[in-house]
Design a protein around this ligand. Structure first.
Ligand code: FES
Length: 105
């Protein structure tokens, strides 16, 4: 069973916002939509654009570099030039903190 790591205080992430965090050496982007927190890798699958600098519109995140779009709930690539989905991480919010589960090394 992979471990959950603390990623941020819940108060650091506002509704409709993105937050870059580093968790156990991984660059992770957090997003909050409709009160739910989502976590995914901060590297666009095209050529590693910083997704935390992208634009979030509902559940759709647009990469700041070349406009690829992803669904933050599933990581699914919705629009090119990215063809691969981004990796998502399980999230839990407990005691006013956000935790994410990283895959086994
Ligand atoms: S790096 Fe994200 S679309 Fe090119």
């Amino acid at each position: 069973m992979a471990d959950f790591f603390k990623a941020a205080e819940a108060s650091e992430l506002d509704e409709g916002e993105l937050l870059p965090v580093e968790v156990d050496g991984e660059l992770v982007c957090l997003a909050k939509v409709a009160g739910t927190v989502y976590a995914f890798t901060d590297n666009c699958t095209h050529i590693s654009g910083p997704l935390n600098e992208g634009e979030l519109d509902g559940y759709v995140l647009t990469c700041p570099w070349h406009g690829a779009q992803f669904d933050v709930r599933t990581g699914k690539a919705l629009r090119g030039p990215a063809r691969q989905d981004v990796l998502t991480y399980p999230v839990k919010v407990e005691d006013d903190a956000i935790y994410i589960q990283l895959p086994e090394a």
